[in-house]
Ligand binder design. Structure first.
Ligand SMILES: [Zn+2]
Length: 443
């Protein structure tokens, strides 16, 4: 045991006090208790002695080398002294200051690197534009719903996932990321809260929920009102594109109810089980309504909860049976062994503005059977061609063949009836061509 003292005072009284304070015997124990050193001048109590001693002298424990340079570490008070030589993680004052300076420097470098990467990212984002005349129908439907959910921020500022909760039940981030991937939205990195972007292994990472998005500018139509004129006047023609969006939305609507039940009954599902359940529900949405699938979720979760209470079962094992139970219930319903009763929408589970758009534009809500909903979308004509050439060609082939067989009048009347019934011209020509096989090529 060795204590090295570096005196900062020349006052003999103080020097003798310091020596008494740090004096140890052969066993390493302090010779006098601190209380025995008092009274001394105006030191009020034992707890204040160490601070006085530190002012008059720097003490070092030669048995505790700095973990970095090996110099003895500084002792602030008696309890810092070790009785035996021991490996220590402590560093001397000089090394601590050096390490702190290095850490500060690394932090500043990392911040500068992040800033420069973000500036480049922001520059790329600012250069992006979007021609709203050419975006897909699903994007048009989404933008109309998004406008209703976050007006006026959609056209006048930036927004993140949290701001869009009114869009749909479930995670609105799914739609924002899809709009970003289609080039309709751009990111605004410098408007995001600190910590949204970070560097990891030299790559720029991002916390998706905090990303700030904005509408990509359209160089042809600068004003927001012009943009919404474009959207409102769009004649929707890509049925499969909208059907995909509806399936995503309807699945989220089903799963929002399912998660609510899971949380009530404390069921925790593994990611593969979640994927399994989602896949079963998505496939069932081609037949059943969202409200019918809520009842499947309700039943399955309660069955699993009852199972969890049985001997030899626990919550984890019971939760693992959920994907299989969902499949079996749906198989039974499909084979008409059992019927699915629709559940009513709960107050705390609104349809969101996207649900409202599906209702207003297509007359589809949670009670619409999936098979009917998909029928509605399939009736929407396939994407319009840039010119009327294919349509003219189909009509020409149909009428030419009809004339050859002398049934032009019948064909005309059939087409007219279909159009009167709400079918598009292209769809009507296709249906009539199917009715009289061999009439039209490529219709
Ligand atoms: Zn050191």
């Amino acid at each position: 045991m060795a204590i090295k003292l570096e005196l900062l005072t020349q006052n003999q009284e103080e020097i003798s006090f310091i020596h008494r304070y740090w004096a140890t015997d052969d066993t390493g124990a302090f010779v006098e208790p601190v209380s025995a050193l008092l009274p001394f001048r105006d030191i009020p109590h034992g707890g204040a002695v160490a601070a006085y001693v530190r002012n008059w002298c720097e003490a070092y424990d030669e048995d505790q080398p700095c973990s970095r340079c090996g110099d003895p570490v500084r002792l602030n008070c008696r309890s810092d002294l070790k009785k035996y030589v021991c490996p220590t993680q402590r560093q001397c004052e000089a090394c601590r200051r050096l390490m702190a300076a290095h850490a500060q420097q690394r932090k500043a470098q990392a911040a500068a690197e992040l800033d420069s990467r973000l500036a480049e990212h922001a520059r790329q984002q600012n250069e992006k534009t979007c021609d709203y005349q050419t975006i897909g129908d699903a994007e048009v439907v989404l933008l109309i719903a998004l406008e209703a959910a976050i007006t006026p921020r959609l056209t006048a500022g930036s927004f993140c996932t949290y701001d869009c909760e009114g869009l749909s039940p479930g995670d609105p981030g799914v739609y924002l990321r899809s709009l970003y991937a289609s080039g309709v939205l751009v990111k605004r990195p410098f408007e995001s809260v600190a910590g949204t972007y970070f560097l990891k292994n030299d790559d720029l990472w991002v916390n998706n929920d905090q990303v700030k998005y904005a509408l990509a500018p359209d160089p042809q139509h600068n004003a927001a009102c012009e943009l919404f004129d474009i959207l409102a006047s769009r004649e929707l023609s890509d049925g499969p594109n909208i059907a995909e969006l509806w399936l995503t939305y309807a699945l989220q609507d089903v799963m929002a109810y399912f998660w609510n039940e899971c949380s009530t009954y404390q069921h925790f599902l593994k990611p593969e089980a979640v994927a399994d359940v989602e896949s079963s529900f998505r496939s069932a949405l081609h037949t059943f309504s969202v409200a019918q699938l809520w009842s499947v979720g309700w039943r399955v979760i309660r069955e699993a909860a009852a199972l969890a209470n049985r001997t030899y079962y626990n919550r984890e094992k019971a939760a693992a049976t959920i994907p299989g139970k969902v499949r079996r219930h749906l198989e039974k319903a499909l084979s008409e062994e059992s019927s699915l009763k629709p559940w009513t929408r709960r107050e705390d589970h609104p349809a969101g503005t996207l649900g409202m758009v599906f209702l207003k534009v297509f007359g589809i809500d949670e009670n619409t059977l999936g098979v009917d909903a998909l029928q509605v979308f399939s009736r929407i004509a396939t994407p319009a061609s840039p010119t009327a050439e294919p349509l003219l060609s189909s009509a020409h082939h149909l009428m030419e063949a009809a004339a050859e067989r002398g049934i032009s009048a019948h064909v005309l009347i059939d087409v007219a009836k279909l159009v009167q019934g709400g079918a598009g011209i292209e769809e009507a020509i296709r249906e009539v061509s199917d009715k009289y096989p061999g009439q039209a090529e490529g219709a």
